[in-house]
Design a protein around this ligand. Structure first.
Ligand code: SF4
Length: 267
């Protein structure tokens, strides 16, 4: 059960959606089993950015570029308190926003993106965050990933799949996408493999798995989900896993304890 299914694809192209070749039955079935396993492992998977309105989520997502959600969540309470509505950001200058986002890196660009996106929301959308991909992509600082976050989490609209660094890495490792697929190709692949109603959940599940389970490159990792699905991850390369098992059984046979780190000065 559950080994890496060959990425067989029928030759029939998905002309109705423009999403590329249809996955084979086995590939789709494997994707659904993986989704169910992730659901069981992370039943509370959710967006980890703190927000209380669509415009706050949009701003938090813009600010999350090149930094962590934890860092963003530390900065946004003061920012959201100082600028409660899109009109407040629109009235302010980027320089007035900068001190609140300075800790997040690229703060000048981010302050400008926040100011200009909120200005556009006030001028073109009556102060409400738009609910379509097309309109969101016209806002400064908003690309597909940010638009998908806002549509999926603030409005419950599954227009695409958020492909962040975790989703990108895991899609490749889990055999959902090819090793050289671009972010855009990965998103298209996930969209044809998984049911539309679950696209937003899927990104949360993969991000939770990436943040909570994945080990740094070079570590040995045998996570049960990855073992069940035969995930092609270099951290569970057969040679490494075998070498570790060999060391364990040799220790068990000799009754020796696992070697600890040598203390400085110890002989
Ligand atoms: S085996 Fe470990 S490191 Fe590799 S994808 Fe799975 S959880 Fe991440």
């Amino acid at each position: 059960m559950g080994g890496v299914a060959p990425r067989t694809r029928s030759k029939r192209s998905n002309t109705s959606t423009g999403l590329g070749a249809e996955p084979g039955k086995a590939e789709r079935a494997r994707a659904l089993r993986l989704l169910a396993a992730l659901d069981r492992a992370y039943p509370d998977a959710h967006c980890e950015l703190n927000y209380s309105s669509p415009h706050e989520l949009l701003i938090a997502t813009i600010l999350s570029a090149q930094t962590t959600d934890v860092n963003v969540n530390k900065a946004t309470p003061a920012l959201f308190a100082r600028f409660p509505t899109p009109a407040d950001y629109a009235r302010a200058t980027p320089a007035e926003i900068e001190p609140y986002v300075r800790s997040l890196g690229f703060f000048r660009n981010k302050a400008r993106a926040v100011h200009e996106s909120m200005q556009a929301i006030v001028e073109r959308h009556g102060g409400e965050v738009p609910r379509t991909m097309e309109e969101l992509l016209r806002l400064r600082g908003v690309a597909r990933k940010t638009a998908n976050v806002v549509l999926g989490n603030a409005f419950g609209v599954n227009e695409g799949v958020v492909v962040d660094t975790h989703v990108e890495r895991l899609s490749r490792r889990m055999g959902l996408a090819g090793p050289k697929d671009s972010v855009a190709a990965i998103e298209r692949r996930l969209m044809v493999l998984f049911p539309r109603a679950r696209w937003c959940d899927l990104s949360h599940l993969l991000i939770f798995h990436g943040r909570r389970a994945c080990k740094a490159r070079g570590a040995t990792c045998e996570h049960p989900i990855c073992a069940e699905f035969g995930v092609a991850c270099e951290n569970r390369s057969p040679a490494k896993v075998e070498a570790r098992r060999g060391q364990k059984s040799a220790r068990a046979a000799s009754g020796a304890k696992k070697p600890g780190k040598t203390r400085r000065g110890a002989t």
